[in-house]
Ligand binder design. Structure first.
Ligand code: EPU
Length: 417
């Protein structure tokens, strides 16, 4: 049987906990190593299943990878294969991040189309449209995207919607293109800005990182670099909710408070006590949260990756809250599981209406995706009695030692095989 987490709920969490580096910044940073023949050294790579998958993919493309965690060096002296196989892409959609770098450096890429996933259809049409604008010839054959270009050429790209990995793919491709590329409607997520910082350290010329308008002047070659990955704002938000939902007193450290400002604003609205320092946030849980409505949107709005976790808090509020999910069409998989713990939530398309209950009861529940599993763990921490969260491999994709971090705060949580 796959591993599960057993949680004995009802313990107020107390203490300090440090955030790891961001999964969604580590993955593009690893892919960026494809852009140069020199080593790219990453100072703080989180130990996550998705990082292991990306590393494996890079190795199949010709990378040699040394070290792990605190100090990983990835070197792609020569691209040996241009194929991102379906076995890897289907376990991790972020594999598509090798597409832009492969075409730009190697002149060709064959990347399996990711297909849908638990949270939505998630097409990559914007990645492909942008690459075509940069001069790549693109065909779809037998479930694979095949992209070719002798040398990409700078272009003006306006994406139809805000896409995080799409912006990252195009930024990496444009870094080695001939001439200047303008990306409008670019994603402003801190992970995109973090990738821009790494690329700049490698010699790329990028202006406007962190804004919706990126200007990239292509260079013929990029060099190696050393980079420290930005803290994980979603892990930070998840730990803050853990403190709040258990009526605890938790200081989350090693984060960038600006990156969680939308989450902090919502927690405050829910009546959670907050104290914000330069690199930490202290959270004190209320006796009972207040209801608050939320709509997910691209950064700096409220992140879809925190929607499920916030909902566990709203589920205990004194009153009715409404969640509007605007990024993914099927991101309410946690709702049915939370209902098994006593939550009263109704969904209608992109909207969930949550009528707060005074408490959750422990129950066996099943994780469906990464953030849904985090939400179930949070509900389990607050619930009376025992919760068993099955399929924790979803959690392991994106949270580094979550149960160890929670246990250090006093949670009664154990992993069982
Ligand atoms: N979309 C398109 N066409 C495209 C690209 C995106 O229609 O070519 C749509 C998507 O279907 C979605 C919306 O645009 O409805 C936004 O998708 P986006 O491309 O921004 O998502 P992503 O880049 O695939 C990243 C994170 C996700 C996070 C989203 C939104 C990484 C590796 N993944 O995905 O993280 O939810 O941005 O912020 O950065 C997670 O960590 O749990 C996770 C799912």
């Amino acid at each position: 049987m796959a591993a599960r987490l057993e949680i004995e709920g009802g313990v107020p969490l107390r203490g300090r906990v440090a955030v790891s580096a961001a999964k969604n910044a580590a993955l593009p940073a690893l892919a960026a190593a494809l852009l140069t023949s020199e080593p790219v050294r990453l100072a703080n790579v989180p130990a996550l299943a998705d990082v292991a998958t990306m590393t494996r993919l890079l190795e199949t493309l010709g990378a040699s990878v040394a070290g792990e965690g605190a100090g990983m060096a990835v070197r792609v002296e020569r691209v040996r294969s241009d194929v991102a196989p379906y076995e890897l892409v289907s376990t991790m959609r972020a594999s598509v991040l090798v597409l832009g770098p492969l075409v730009a450096r190697h002149g060709s890429a064959r990347v399996a189309l990711p297909g849908g996933c638990a949270i939505g259809v998630r097409p990559i049409d914007q990645h492909l449209k942008g690459l075509a604008k940069l001069g790549a010839e693109i065909v779809i054959e037998n479930g694979y995207v095949i992209a070719r270009a002798s040398r990409l050429k700078g272009a003006r790209i306006t994406t139809d919607l805000v896409t995080v990995t799409g912006t990252e793919n195009l930024m990496m491709a444009a870094a080695l293109a001939e001439g200047t590329t303008l990306i409008e409607n670019a994603a402003r997520e801190p992970e995109v800005a973090d990738l821009a910082a790494l690329l700049a350290a490698m010699g790329a010329r990028i202006e406007g990182a962190g804004t919706a308008r990126l200007e990239i002047e292509g260079v013929p070659e990029l060099a190696g670099a050393t980079h420290r990955i930005v803290p994980d704002r979603i892990e930070a938000g998840t730990l803050l909710v853990a403190g709040a939902i258990t009526r605890g007193d938790v200081t989350v450290t090693d984060l960038v408070p600006d990156h969680v400002s939308a989450v902090l604003a919502k927690l405050e609205e829910c009546g959670v006590g907050l104290e914000v320092g330069p690199t930490w946030v202290r959270v004190r849980g209320p006796e009972r949260p207040r209801a608050a409505d939320v709509t997910t949107s691209p950064y700096p709005g409220f992140p879809t990756d925190m929607q499920a976790q916030l909902m566990t808090l709203q589920g205990l509020a004194d009153g009715q809250s409404r969640v509007t999910e605007t990024i993914f069409e099927n991101r309410f998989m946690h709702v049915a599981e939370l209902a098994r713990m006593g939550a009263r939530i109704e969904t209608d398309g992109a909207i969930a209406v949550i009528r707060g209950v005074p408490g959750y009861q422990g129950a066996p529940v099943m994780a469906s995706d990464l953030r849904a599993s985090a939400a179930l763990v949070l509900a389990g921490l607050a619930a009376a009695g025992r919760t068993s969260v099955a399929r924790v491999y979803h959690l392991d994709r994106g949270y580094e030692r979550l149960e160890a971090k929670l246990a250090a705060l006093g949670a009664r949580i154990e992993r069982r095989a």
